[in-house]
Every structure is written in C-alpha cells, then in structure tokens.
Design a protein around this ligand. Structure first.
Ligand code: GTB
Length: 216
C-alpha cells in the first residue's frame, strides 16, 4: 500500500514551499519513496476524519498501512527508519543528527514563527513597528550561532541528513525578511539544500498543487 501524506489543497504560502508538507515530501524524495497526497481544505482539517489522524487538525499527516503519524519530526524519523541516507548508521552520529532535528524545531523555529505571526497576523496593530526590531533581534543570535557552528562545513553534522531537511525548511521562512542579508554562510547552506534534486522535485510537486488550485 502506498504512503499517503496530507497537504493544503490551496496553500496560503502560494506554492513557496513554506508549509510543512514540504519537509515530508523532501524526505520521501530523498528516500526515493513514491507517495500519494490527500489534499485538504482548512474546513476539512477540523473534521473528524482528519482529527482522527492529527488531533490538532493540521497538515501534514503520514499514513503507511495501519500506521498514522503527525508531527514532521516524527514523520521524518519514521521515513529514515526505513530508508538509508536520511540518518547516519553510526549510533553516535545518528543521535547527533536527531539532536539537530530537535534543535531546528525547538530552538531555531520558535523565534522565526514569532516573526511570521507578527508579519502575517499583527501587521495592522498599532504596536507593530515598535515590536518588529525586538522580534528580529531574537532571531539574530540563532543565525550567529549557526554560522559559528557551520564554519566551512556543508551540513549540520557530517553528511546531509534529515536534520538538514528540518533546518533548511525552518530557515527558508526568513526569505524576504531581509534578515539573511548579513548571513552569507546561512544563505549558502539554504542554496545547497535547494540545489538537491530531491528538494527540487518536492518543491515542484507542491507548487503544482497550488497552481492547480488557482486554475479551479
Ligand atoms: N508541529 C507541527 C509539525 O511539525 O508537523 C506543525 C504543523 C503545522 O503547523 N501545520 C500547519 C497547519 O496545518 C501548516 S504548516 N495549519 C493549519 C491549522 O493549524 O489550522 C504552517 C504554515 C502555514 C502557512 C505558511 N505560509 O503561508 O507561509 C507557512 C507555514
């Protein structure tokens, strides 16, 4: 039975690959694993059929036979369990890569989400301009620390892994914010991720969904 994931039928990111199904698509493409996509409206996300898969009513979900998962970190770990190339075989290197997956979503993503919430939902608030610099200032230390960590390295810890899928996807949300202008190491890291054929196939697939939604 084919793996099935869920995604927005018309993503609010307009096909820019910022919604989190992109992480799962990218991992499946890296693994060479075909998959089906069930497209959902915002209304369908909150219906019982989808809440049975994800109690928070969000995308993406992942179904493989009897197994149904939500949370992109968990989904990527499950894909990596079945396919070589997404996590190192060496136990210590594997544990470090998993640590970086958590770092991406627990340490780097929260201040980036704060900026995204401000830009998308709070732009018309009277305090918007006053708050913006403080929110950006909470992201810069993470970019400084990641820059120091990378040095001359291409990926977070040795070879490319699922951790890089998570981290690249998290940081891509800063595109357009101007914050990456001062961070050439991080920009080069994103470019390396986006140059991977698997990233390009995943990106094209989610863009095709958005374009189809616009044709009606
Ligand atoms: N922690 C969960 C995970 O990693 O899987 C978070 C899942 C999540 O936030 N899903 C979002 C969702 O389903 C879509 S990706 N939201 C609908 C809801 O909660 O009702 C978040 C997202 C949405 C839009 C943009 N965008 O427009 O740029 C980017 C990211």
């Amino acid at each position: 039975m084919a793996i099935t994931i869920t995604a927005f039928e018309a993503s609010p990111d307009r096909g820019r690959g910022l919604a989190r199904d992109m992480r799962v698509r990218w991992a499946l493409e890296e693994a060479g694993q075909p998959y089906d996509v069930r497209l959902l409206s915002f209304e369908a996300l909150k219906q019982p059929a989808h809440l049975a898969l994800n109690p928070f009513g969000q995308i993406p979900t992942y179904e493989d036979g009897d197994l149904a998962l939500f949370e992109t970190g968990s989904i990527l770990l499950e894909i990596a369990r079945h396919h070589p190339g997404l996590l190192p075989a060496d136990p210590a290197a594997r544990a470090r890569a998993i640590t970086w997956m958590f770092a991406a979503v627990s340490t780097v993503e929260p201040p980036i989400l704060e900026l995204q919430t401000l830009m998308l939902l709070e732009r018309n608030e009277p305090w918007f301009e006053q708050r913006l610099p403080a929110v950006k200032d909470r992201i810069r230390p993470r970019l400084d620390q990641l820059t120091a960590h990378f040095g001359d390295a291409d990926w977070l810890d040795g070879d490319f892994s699922a951790a890089d899928i998570m981290m690249v996807h998290v940081i891509r949300r800063l595109g357009g914010s101007g914050l990456l202008d001062d961070y050439p190491t991080i920009r080069a890291y994103l470019a390396r991720g986006e140059a991977r054929p698997a990233w390009q196939r995943a990106f094209a697939a989610q863009l095709a969904v958005f374009e189809a939604s616009q044709r009606g």
